[in-house]
Design a protein around this ligand. Structure first.
Ligand code: BTN
Length: 234
């Protein structure tokens, strides 16, 4: 279960950084939320621009459940965010491994960081959701928010309560995985790997991608494949 303890900040460098600094004293399920971040971080060292009115959230995962297969956490979190958006009648898709898109524009990003401290493994799950921001300046063709999609202001406390409720629902990983695949933009796309063309057949439960052509079937890690061309304008 998550969300029993919530630590809130008006402004902080990064909720993931705060959690990393205090990892030994915080319990499983603790959430850190900030109204604003001055150094919000995304994947691949990218900056996550963090203006007030959006959701910046980190969750500490110390349970064994996800330590053995960290991709389960990518699956679960992606599907939880899809369900959260459905509460606002927004239908979203997953850009593998875990970006959430609406009409091909990013509405949410997930940063999963594995931390080993005094031989104990913990995971910091960082989530950014664009909620009430309506002006994305240079990113306007690449980013959207709940407010843009619905034309309605969203109360962040309600959003967090709904997030916690959905996250804590006991849904089997098999069902979550099915939902993940059903909403993935990646399946059946054509990719080139080592100068040969393949179709993406599926994403395995551990996150590996299965490629197939007339001659062979390959199973590869996602970082060995360039996928950027598959997502128009991203
Ligand atoms: C990505 O799409 O690259 C992941 C973005 C993750 C952003 C969130 S906002 C809350 C948490 N704190 C951070 O510094 N990053 C994550």
């Amino acid at each position: 279960m998550i969300g029993y303890k919530i630590i809130k900040f008006d402004i902080i460098d990064s909720t993931n950084n705060y959690m990393k600094k205090h990892i030994s004293s915080l319990e499983h399920g603790t959430m850190v939320i900030a109204n604003e971040q001055t150094n919000g971080r995304g994947r691949f060292g990218n900056t996550w621009i963090s203006e007030p009115g959006n959701l910046f959230l980190s969750i500490l995962i110390k349970s064994q459940e996800f330590k053995d297969n960290i991709f389960d956490l990518h699956i679960k979190t992606s599907v939880v965010i899809l369900k959260l958006l459905q509460v606002y009648n927004i239908s979203a898709k997953i850009k593998y491994p875990n970006d959430i898109l609406v009409h091909n524009k990013k509405i949410s990003g997930i940063l999963v960081e594995k931390i080993i401290y005094e031989s104990e493994t913990s995971i910091i799950l960082g989530i950014g959701i664009n909620v009430n921001q309506v002006d994305f300046c240079d990113l306007k063709y690449k980013a959207t928010s709940i407010k843009i999609e619905t034309n309605k202001f969203v109360d962040l406390d309600h959003l967090v309560t709904d997030f916690i409720t959905i996250f804590n629902q006991k849904t089997s990983i098999d069902n979550l995985y099915k939902e993940y695949l059903d909403h993935s933009l990646l399946l059946d796309k054509i990719v080139e790997y080592k100068n040969k063309k393949y179709i993406i057949k599926t994403i395995k439960k551990d996150g590996q991608i299965v490629l197939k052509n007339k001659e062979e079937t390959l199973v590869i890690d996602y970082d060995r494949l360039s996928l950027s061309h598959l997502y128009a304008n991203l």
